[in-house]
Design a protein. Sequence first.
Length: 393
Amino acid sequence: MDTFTHAFAGALLGKGFFSRRGPNPETEYLPQARVAIFATTIASAFPDSDFLHGILSHDDMAVLKYHRYVTHSIVMMPLWAILVAWLVRWVARRVGAAPPSYWILLLASVMGIASHIFLDLITSFGTMVWSPVSRARPAWDILLLIDFTMTALVLVPQVAAWVHRDPARAARRASRMWAFFTLLALAVRWFTTTLGFPFSWWVVVVASAVFACLFFIPLRGKRGSRIRRSTWARAGLIATSGYLFLCTGAHFVALARLKEFAAKQKISAQSMGVMPMPPSLLYWDGLIRTEKGAYSLHENLLSSEAVEYDFYPDSAPAGLLDSARKLPDAQTYLWFARFPIYTLRRVNGADAIEIKDLRFMMRLGARTPSFTFRVTFNSAGIVVQHGMARGAR
């Protein structure tokens, strides 16, 4: 999950559980509540600070080795929560804000970090939740790494609460936020289309209608101003939980279809899984690794037509492949990859073996797929270069 969505989810949690009203119940919240909400927000984003290691180390394997490592660990979570709570308390006092008790900040930090670990665990990248005790990378394959529906669910209720907080400005804020989020929906459609995953215009229309309902309907009789911020936030949490429930159900339906396909085709699978695909929870890619290559099935859960699939055969000679696999960096890549395929190619006049993880082979035209490990050999079959592929074909 992207860091922005993590932070929005943390803020939603904080507003749902730590919003305490002050003497004026209509508009004011206690400063302690603001600090607690800040703590859940910071804590929710904190685990992604491990990206700094990759920037500072200049190691092109760092994202595989260290991203979602100890900062994403359940084992280490108590230590990180203590650190974040202490830091937020220190900053609050330095800027003159009144923090809540340390135990409230510790609870807020635990909630934020736990939400980050959970939301990463349900994607397909893999999260080392037991590190440093174990470097196993469980992945539940329920949500996309960047899921715009999820982002909207955790962000829009907070914006709606802000829109209706001040009755005198609510109508103007509602108009601006409706236009802003509608434009965002259009931008998302353009972005996903460029990646090869377009969705229909009616999705944008429905999204715009939902935004209009949230922003304009509560204007009648100034009803929105009487809805507490915590109520908006808890409604967002309920909607988010419902979405995750639907995605989990769709995951199991897609997995059942994949197993049925493997049984009908009499495929001897080494590994099997289904990955969510844009633009919605109705689209999944079923992946099967076999002894000779990998299958990729394109599933539309609303369609009863025959399943479309591609087969990616391994084309790397055994001798070169054995040499490539012995490289420490290649072993690191294969530890990360769940559905590897091995391809022999000519790169700049030399033989090269490319190892790709089928989870990340997206329809990006002629560009090199993400997370491709390349080993280049000379004419004598000796490794002359290896690392993550960056060059063109």
